[in-house]
Design a protein around this ligand. Structure first.
Ligand code: ZN
Length: 83
């Protein structure tokens, strides 16, 4: 089950896992069954995704390839890069 979520309503999601494919960016989100597919307001929904690690925790940073709308989410369960 995949639910489309507009990026404007995606504030505060806690992302457990993500995958990016032809159908868009799919997120497994804490507290929600199934997957969420992030939709951009420009409707292109081609996301540039990166994971950022800092002492405060990991974040998933996304920005729209089309209109540069950006968001970032708490990324839970991500492994810190080994050092
Ligand atoms: Zn966009």
């Amino acid at each position: 089950m995949v639910r489309d979520v507009p990026v404007s309503e995606a504030e505060g999601l806690i992302v457990l896992a993500w995958r990016s494919g032809e159908e868009g960016l799919h997120l497994a989100v804490r507290g929600q069954p199934g997957e969420v597919r992030l939709r951009c307001r420009c409707n292109r929904s081609h996301w540039i995704v990166r994971e950022e690690f800092s002492p405060g925790g990991a974040r998933l940073v996304v920005s729209c390839h089309g209109c540069r709308t950006g968001r970032d989410f708490v990324l839970e369960g991500a492994e810190l890069p080994s050092r």
